[in-house]
Design a protein around this ligand. Structure first.
Ligand code: SAM
Ligand code: DTB
Ligand code: SF4
Length: 345
């Protein structure tokens, strides 16, 4: 018997006690069986024909002191990305208005920081308040947060904080050496404690093993409360980054499409109420693979022609894909947010 935690209606149970063996067994299922099970859970808890549209904006680009091996914005990368200062609040609000007019529901602001400085907080807070006032959901990803900063963001009304665990705990040190997996969990705990919704996922296709993908999903699915949003990124190989160069020089290292879809399906099955975001890497994906991801339970994407520094599919291409697949942008409440509104605990 599993220790189950009821999170939504009584018929819905969410497990936080997944074992690595159980997750590995899901990955091992015949592909069509795995996708079928994921699709069943997707339909049980979400409006399966709807996909949430989110838009990214880099509010402070490049010059980051961290050494994340995938990232064009690290000072260690020779990617040609120029370092900028924090954007003006008005310019951010203008970009948010454009995103809203293009039909986006959530506006995600990212800064290439190890952590925000206290002197940055007033501008960041003004951005959260301004974007919220436009009727958009707000998300920020600013690196590590102190307890005080998390409380300030909560007070400003921030809806989500993105902070990815990126890979398995045991692989983390091979990808990033300037912080630890435990540092990441500490910030996630502070975000949770402040009452902000958690967005946490990672990157597939960094040359990891199947066991790492199992460990990555395990770390998310055994959190006391699942992240409300789980972004699954496919590595965007950027020249001048350690991992981008590795992938460009060894094309065989590219993640197999079927294995990517399996990862999405396992995320959906283990975290049935979460929004699973098909995040970076869509530009290099065929519509057929994206369609498989939607079938396997992905129900959120980043729109627009730019992610933070890398290209994204673009609104026209996405509108055409949605029309072709008969998908529509999500308008209503997400299940975990709705359940939160119902239960004060
Ligand atoms: N500096 C903050 C941090 O790391 O938390 C926020 C910005 S950071 C760019 C946000 C996330 O983007 C990373 O955690 C990583 O998962 C993802 N990301 C960065 N570069 C990527 C790439 N080349 N391909 C896929 N995902 C990437
Ligand atoms: C996430 O998981 N993916 C987004 C968002 N959270 C901040 C970032 C993707 C970045 C892709 C590479 C780039 O644009 O530089
Ligand atoms: Fe900095 Fe975030 Fe890029 Fe890492 S992923 S180098 S912390 S901007």
């Amino acid at each position: 018997m599993h220790a189950m935690t009821a999170v939504s209606d009584p018929a819905t149970t969410v497990r936080n006690d997944w074992t690595r063996d159980e997750i590995a067994a899901l990955f091992d299922l015949p592909f069509t069986e795995l996708v079928f099970r994921a699709a069943e859970l997707h339909r049980a808890h979400h409006r399966a024909g709807e996909v949430q549209l989110c838009t990214l904006l880099s509010i402070k680009t490049g010059g980051c002191p961290e050494d994340c091996g995938y990232c064009s914005q690290s000072v260690k990368a020779d990617s040609g990305v120029e370092a900028t200062r924090l954007m003006d609040v008005q310019a951010v609000l203008q970009a948010a208005a454009q995103a809203r007019d293009a039909g986006s529901k959530r506006f995600c602001m990212g800064a290439a920081w190890r952590n925000p400085k206290d002197r940055d907080m007033p501008a960041v807070i003004a951005m959260v308040k301004g974007v919220r006032d436009m009727g958009l959901e707000t998300c920020m990803t600013l690196g590590m947060l102190s307890e005080t900063q998390a409380a300030q963001l909560a007070e400003a009304g921030l809806d989500y904080y993105n902070h990815n665990i990126d890979t398995s705990p045991e692989r983390y040190g091979e990808i990033i050496t300037t912080r630890t997996f435990a540092d990441r969990l500490d910030t996630l705990d502070r975000v949770r404690a402040a009452g902000i919704n958690v967005c946490s996922g990672g990157i597939v296709g960094m040359g990891e093993t199947r066991a790492d993908r199992v460990g990555f999903i395990h770390a998310l699915a055994t959190m006391a409360q699942h992240p409300e949003s789980v972004p699954v990124n496919a590595l965007v190989p950027i020249r001048g980054t350690v991992l981008g160069d590795m992938l460009a020089d060894t094309p065989l290292a590219k993640i197999d499409d079927i294995e990517f879809v399996r990862t999405v399906a396992v995320a959906r099955i283990t975290m049935p109420l979460s929004m699973v975001r098909l995040s970076a890497g869509r530009e290099a994906m065929s519509e057929a693979v994206q369609a498989l991801c939607f079938l396997a339970g992905a129900n959120s994407i980043f729109t627009g022609d730019k992610l933070l520094t890398a290209a994204n599919a673009g609104d026209d291409a996405d509108a055409a894909m949605f029309a072709r697949l008969g998908l529509v942008p999500m308008t209503g409440e997400e299940p975990l947010r709705a359940s939160k509104a119902r239960c004060p605990a």
